[in-house]
Write a protein that binds this ligand. Structure first.
Ligand SMILES: Nc1nc(=O)c2c([nH]1)NC[C@@H]1CN(c3ccc(C(=O)N[C@@H](CCC(=O)O)C(=O)O)cc3)CN21
Ligand SMILES: O=c1ccn([C@H]2C[C@H](O)[C@@H](COP(=O)(O)O)O2)c(=O)[nH]1
Length: 282
């Protein structure tokens, strides 16, 4: 069993056993047939992944690592908000006729801000601080921009990363840790998808800043299982599990903007079967 499997199974059992149901309450999302998508939810879930020990992929089912890395690069590297620049079709339901998802995600990371050191966007600000001022406690991004929410088709869910550098006694290298703040999490469709994305991001930043990877702490305000996902989750968490896969990242890449999806691989990724056609609430 991978460490991520254990965390995922414990979180699902906790939500199913101790969660609060939104059935009959006023909710926003709907299923394709127009009925309301209710959830069972837990407030304030915190999951810690030690990236120096294992890559945090679940093995109960296969996390689509290429698609999720492609989406993360779309947001963090291309800083794009257009679904035409994305390989998968997961964002199509939230795009307008031009393919835009509005001023969300990548758009916000591409906005330049004025700092004492000059004009930079939030990603370049993080890289600058990690390289020049690693012990700063101010290294963070935030894409939940209230003034632009009216121009976003879906408000950002994983909205903030806080980076924090430590040093272990037995290594010369600094260790890069991060907190991912997420206001809302669809546990079946996107939990491990989001965890793997941000784990890869920490690996990328550590490599380009000559650091080692440390911990990824995932803070979820509303961790929910949609009503139509409950039987799928119940079956999923009773499946056999396997050892964590080995993460490979091209060691030659030292510039954050030079990575492509082909520079990442999960080796020996043994998993349970695919869950076909997961319904996604819109
Ligand atoms: N209700 C809801 N849940 C989400 O997870 C979600 C949204 N809405 N809105 C925006 C994005 C889109 N996201 C998604 C949507 C679908 C999948 C999905 O169907 N994943 C498939 C694999 C897809 C592939 O292979 O490319 C899966 O099996 O997990 C994942 C993330 C995450 N976000
Ligand atoms: O990266 C993502 C993006 C979206 N989600 C999920 C979380 C919710 O189920 C919906 C968004 O609905 P809200 O009413 O705006 O909370 O999308 C995710 O888990 N991860």
């Amino acid at each position: 069993m991978s460490l991520a499997d254990k965390i995922f199974i414990d979180m699902c059992n906790d939500i199913l056993e101790n969660g609060c149901s939104t059935e009959g309450e006023k909710v926003r999302p709907k299923w394709e047939d127009g009925s309301y998508a209710y959830t069972i939810k837990k407030f304030g879930v915190v999951n810690r992944y030690d990236l120096s020990k294992e890559f945090p992929a679940i093995t109960l089912r296969r996390t689509a690592i290429k698609s999720c890395i492609d989406e993360m690069l779309w947001i963090w590297q291309k800083k794009s908000n257009n679904v035409h620049e994305l390989i998968s079709h997961i964002w199509d339901s939230w795009a307008d006729e031009t393919g835009s998802i509005g001023k969300a995600y990548g758009y916000q990371l591409g906005v330049k801000h004025k700092y004492k050191e000059g004009e930079m966007d939030q990603v370049d600000r993080v890289i600058y601080d990690l390289k020049n001022n690693p012990y700063s406690r101010r290294i963070m991004t935030n894409i939940y921009v209230h003034q632009d929410l009216h121009e976003m088709n879906l408000y950002p869910c994983a909205y903030s990363m806080t980076f924090n550098v430590t040093k272990s006694k037995n290594s010369d290298k600094l260790k890069l840790n991060a907190v991912l703040n997420q206001r809302s999490q669809d546990v079946l469709a996107a939990n491990n998808w989001n965890v793997c994305q941000y784990a890869v991001l920490v690996h990328m930043l550590a490599q380009v800043c000559d650091m080692e990877v440390g911990e990824l702490v995932h803070v979820i305000a509303d961790a929910h299982i949609y009503d139509r996902h409950i039987p799928i989750i119940q079956e999923l968490i009773t499946r056999p599990t396997y050892d964590a896969p080995t993460f490979w990242m091209n060691p030659e890449i030292k510039d954050f903007y030079q990575f492509t999806v082909d520079d990442f691989r999960l080796d020996n990724y043994v998993t349970g079967p695919k869950v076909e056609n997961i319904p996604v609430a819109v």
